[in-house]
Ligand binder design. Sequence first.
Ligand code: RB5
Length: 151
Amino acid sequence: MVAIGSDHGGLELKAAVSEGLRQRGLDVVDFGTDDDDSVDYPDFGEKVAGAVARGEAVCGVLVCGTGIGMSIVANKFPGVRAALVTDEFMARMAKEHNNANILVLGGRVLDAMTACRFVSIWLDAIFEGGRHQRRLDKIAQVEADVQAGRI
Ligand code: RB5
């Protein structure tokens, strides 16, 4: 299952990306928001990031106006690697080097076709492992050390 969510600033782009994901044959669960009333992005970011952190979703997509707020929220969750991307190179690197499990997009930054292209590039890319896995292991260690109050 792919989890997706947005605030009002990402509503339109979320609809387009959801459609693109479903056209790829993916099972998409939309955690809202569902209309253009002003809402607080942390309320939707935590639903998607929580689903990914708990392993209920294999990956997720989050959209707010810039993508910045959603990135900040999602990366609070242990095991979540949320990447805000603004070009094709970043979309590919987000998987190849960072193994990002949440892609974050700016609804007021990208048009629908561009955003769907970034999502496809990210989904199709393959994590390279090796030295990049070592770096992800260090991130996991940082998370554990922060949680335990060691750093
Ligand atoms: C909402 O106006 C806007 O602040 C939000 O969508 C997002 O861009 C925050 O980072």
